[in-house]
Design a binder for this molecule. Structure first.
Ligand SMILES: NC(=O)c1ccc[n+]([C@@H]2O[C@H](COP(=O)([O-])OP(=O)(O)OC[C@H]3O[C@@H](n4cnc5c(N)ncnc54)[C@H](O)[C@@H]3O)[C@@H](O)[C@H]2O)c1
Length: 425
C-alpha cells in the first residue's frame, strides 16, 4: 500500500542496505502477525449475510480481525468453533459490545427491522459503520435514522452492491463522459429468478421485512438515483400478490405437505422438473409459498420523477424463473440509449445520431455482480484511513424513503412526494 516502498531495489543495494531492507520489509509484514495491530471489527447480528461479508473483507489482504460479536445466538455461534472468530469476544447484545469495545468499525447484519435501531446505537460512537439494507422499514424508523446521523462524521457504507458493481460504475463513467447526454428517461427491470426465498423462509415475515419494495427495490432505486444524478421527488406505485400466498397454514413445511409431488414449488419438483442439483435434496425448513398470512407482493411497479424532471419506471417480478431472469435498465438521453443487464453481463450503447451500437462484455467471475468486493474495499479503507465511502448512509436513507413512499402510494393509490415525513420522531 505504501507506494514509496516499491521504488527501492533491494537486490542491487549494498549488503547493509539489503539487510536494512529485509528488516524494513519484515517490520512491514509484522503487523499482519501482531493481532493487536489488525483492524478491529465488531459485528452486530452475525447471520448468513454478515458472516459472509466479514469473511469477504479478507480478499484485500488488509489485516483485520473480528474483535467482538453481539448476537442473542452468541453461544451457538461461539460453539461452532469457527477459526475466523478465534479472537472475538461474544456479547448477548449490541449495547454491551459498544460499551466495552474500542473498535475500528462496526458491521450491522441483523434482519431488516433492527437495522435502524442498531445503526442509531453505532451513531452515538461515531465509528465507521457497515449497515445492511434496507436501512429502515417504516417512516418512523427512517426519520429516526436521519436525525441520528445528522452529527455522524465517520464514514458509513450501506450494503448496496449494485451501485458499486463494475457494470454500474462503467455506465456512470459513460454518462459522465456525455455518451448519451443527460439521462432524461429510464426503464428499469428486475425479474428475480431466486424469489422463492421471499416466501419460504424468514423473509416472508412482513413485520421483519416490510414488503418487497424495501427488500428488493431499495437496491434498484438506489443505483437509478446514482445514475440519474438527481434526487427522486415524486413517486406513484402499484403492487399485487397474484401468485403466492393462499390458504395453506402459515407454518406448513414442504416436507409435511401432501401435495409435494404435484406442487411446482416443492423441492421434489425443483429437482425433477426444474433440473436443480444432481439429486433430490430435501430442505426440511422450507415453508409453503401458498400459505395464508404471506403479505409480500409478487409484482411491483413504480414511476419516479426526479428533481430535474427526468422520469424512470421500475418494475419487479417474483415469479419469473430460469432464463427469464433480467435485472438492469435502459437509460435514454437525447444522444443515445444505454442498455445493461447484470444477468447477461453486458452493456450496449446505442447512438441516436449515427447508426452505431457498441457492446461491452464483462467476463470476470463477479459474485453478486461484483459489488460486494467494492463494498468490502470501501469499508476496509473507511476503517483504516477514515476514507469516505461511495455508498454512504445518506444514500441508504434516501433509498429507504423512496421505497416507503412507493409502498404508501401502492396502498393509498396516490402520487406521493418523496420527503421526510413530518411528525415522526
Ligand atoms: N445487501 C445485500 O445484497 C444483502 C444480501 C443478503 C441479505 N441482506 C440483508 O442482510 C440482513 C440479514 O440477513 P441474513 O440472511 O443474514 O439474516 P440472519 O437471520 O441469517 O441473520 C441475522 C442475525 O441477527 C441476529 N440477531 C437477531 N436479533 C438480534 C439483536 N437484537 N442483536 C444482535 N443480533 C441479533 C440473529 O441471531 C442472526 O444471527 C437482512 O436485512 C437482509 O436484507 C442483504
Amino acid at each position: 500500500m505504501d507506494s514509496g516502498r516499491g521504488k527501492f531495489n533491494a537486490c542491487r543495494a549494498p549488503v547493509f542496505h539489503r539487510l536494512f531492507s529485509v528488516l524494513t520489509v519484515s517490520h512491514w509484514l509484522e503487523p499482519r502477525k501482531d493481532v493487536r495491530l489488525r483492524l478491529k471489527l465488531g459485528i452486530i447480528g452475525y447471520g448468513g449475510r454478515a458472516s459472509g461479508m466479514a469473511k469477504n473483507l479478507g480478499v484485500f489482504d488488509i489485516p483485520y480481525r473480528v474483535a467482538a460479536v453481539a448476537d442473542p445466538r452468541w453461544e451457538e455461534i461461539k460453539g461452532a468453533g469457527d477459526e475466523f472468530l478465534k479472537d472475538a469476544v461474544f456479547y448477548e447484545n449490541a449495547d454491551d459490545l459498544l460499551a466495552q469495545e474500542e473498535l475500528d468499525g462496526v458491521m450491522v447484519g441483523t434482519r431488516c427491522f433492527l437495522h435502524t435501531e442498531m445503526a442509531c446505537k453505532v451513531a452515538t460512537r461515531n465509528v465507521p459503520l457497515f449497515l445492511e439494507k434496507p436501512v429502515a422499514i417504516s417512516f418512523e424508523q427512517v426519520a429516526r435514522l436521519d436525525k441520528a446521523f445528522q452529527s455522524f462524521t465517520a464514514p458509513s457504507v450501506v450494503s448496496f452492491p449494485l451501485r458499486l458493481s463494475p457494470i454500474v460504475l462503467t455506465v456512470k463513467e459513460m454518462i459522465e463522459a456525455g455518451e448519451i447526454g443527460q439521462v432524461e428517461h429510464a426503464v428499469a427491470f428486475n425479474d428475480v429468478p431466486y424469489a422463492a426465498v421471499y416466501y419460504t423462509n424468514w423473509y416472508r415475515n412482513y413485520d421483519e421485512v416490510g414488503g418487497l419494495f424495501l427488500q428488493k427495490a431499495t437496491h434498484d432505486l438506489d443505483y437509478l438515483y446514482y445514475l440519474v444524478g438527481h434526487r427522486p421527488k415524486w413517486i406513484c406505485a402499484m403492487k399485487a400478490q397474484r401468485v403466492y400466498g393462499g390458504d395453506k397454514p402459515f407454518d406448513l413445511k414442504c416436507k409435511d405437505c401432501e401435495e409435494q409431488d404435484a406442487c411446482p414449488e416443492s423441492p421434489f419438483n425443483w429437482f425433477y422438473k426444474g433440473f436443480q442439483g444432481n439429486k433430490l435434496v430435501q430442505d426440511d425448513s422450507r415453508l409453503c409459498m401458498f400459505a395464508e398470512g404471506i403479505r409480500n407482493e409478487d409484482q411491483g411497479n413504480c414511476l419516479v420523477e426526479y428533481e430535474n424532471g427526468a422520469q424512470v419506471s421500475y418494475t419487479q417480478n417474483f415469479f419469473a424463473r430460469f432464463k427469464s431472469a433480467q435485472r438492469g435498465a435502459r437509460l435514454y438521453g437525447y444522444k443515445g440509449t444505454i442498455y445493461f443487464d447484470w444477468y447477461r453481463n453486458q452493456i450496449q450503447l446505442y447512438k441516436h445520431q449515427s447508426p452505431v451500437v457498441k457492446t461491452i462484455d464483462f467476463t470476470g467471475n463477479m459474485p453478486h455482480f461484483g459489488g460486494d468486493r467494492e463494498l468490502c474495499f470501501d469499508f476496509l479503507l473507511a476503517m483504516k484511513e477514515g476514507r469516505p465511502s461511495r455508498s454512504p448512509i445518506e444514500a441508504g436513507i434516501l433509498s429507504a424513503l423512496t421505497c416507503l413512499w412507493a409502498r404508501e402510494s401502492a396502498e393509498t393509490r396516490k402520487f406521493c412526494e418523496i420527503v421526510m415525513p413530518q411528525g415522526c420522531k
